[in-house]
Design a protein around this ligand. Structure first.
Ligand code: PEP
Length: 249
């Protein structure tokens, strides 16, 4: 049985004081939690996450990682740096990185490799745009995105990744895939993982992201291949984030 995983993606939001209040609220309301949970914070706040989350059930992670280990890459953050600040996870290939920073499937694959090399769990984000979905290309797009990552991973690496299906048309829009729509894609993604490593694929946490909220989280996570959520907007309010974590238990 896979444990559920709920990750908050803070995107480019937060301040030292605001983060402290948010994290304190999450920790206070968590109780004995039966699911994995984490927040992915902007890089400058990772030291704060380490200071305020160490010893709690909440893990933390970055939102992006360089494919390089070190060197003359101004503005980039290396996997070893994230690891040094205690990160467990790092998002790779979030649709906002793909759209605004023109990240290709191949670059995302290199980022996943770099994360693994630093002992981090890459959360490999895949998802189709509304236009791609309307053109009947949704499955081809997401399987090409995941396929590029699987092409560079060793079979043993499959056990060490998380996948997040995030239809771009559902991110920050209030539109959500129906549980069945999401499940159909998750099942395809798990079958694709199984082609690389059948045993590991059965244990990979495949998250859904895209306007997941307290009101729809339980229904989505009740589907057999939906193992949790990657949460944007609702992760910025302790009460909403907590409700989603508790819906995952
Ligand atoms: C996201 O950014 O990964 C996301 C799912 O955002 P939202 O929950 O706001 O749609």
């Amino acid at each position: 049985m896979r444990r559920k995983l709920v990750i908050g993606n803070w995107k480019m939001n937060g301040s030292c004081a605001g983060n402290s209040a948010l994290l304190a609220g999450i920790i206070a309301g968590l109780g004995k939690v039966g699911a994995d949970c984490a927040v992915c914070a902007p890089a400058p706040f990772l030291a704060q996450c380490r200071a305020e989350l160490t010893g709690t059930p909440v893990a933390w992670g970055g939102q992006d990682v360089s494919p390089k280990q070190n060197g003359a890459y101004t503005g980039e953050v290396a996997g070893c740096m994230l690891a040094e600040f205690g990160c467990r996870y790092v998002l790779v290939g979030h649709s906002e990185r793909r759209a605004y920073h023109l990240e290709s499937n191949e670059l995302v694959a290199q980022k996943a490799l770099a994360a693994l090399a630093s002992g981090l769990t890459p959360v490999v984000c895949v998802g189709e745009t509304e236009a791609q979905r309307d053109a009947g290309q949704g499955v081809a797009v997401v399987t090409a995105q995941l396929g590029a990552v699987l092409a560079v991973l060793g079979a043993d690496d499959v056990a060490n990744i998380v996948v997040s299906y995030e239809p771009v048309w559902a991110i920050g829009t209030g539109k959500t895939a129906t549980p069945q729509q999401a499940q159909d894609v998750h099942k395809i993604l798990r079958a694709q993982l199984a082609q690389k490593n059948a045993e590991a694929a059965a244990g990979v946490q495949i998250l859904y992201g895209g306007s997941m909220k307290p009101e729809n989280a339980k229904e989505l996570m009740a589907m057999p291949d939906i193992d949790g959520g990657l949460i944007g907007g609702a992760a910025l309010k302790a009460v909403d984030f907590l409700a989603i974590i508790h819906a995952a238990e």
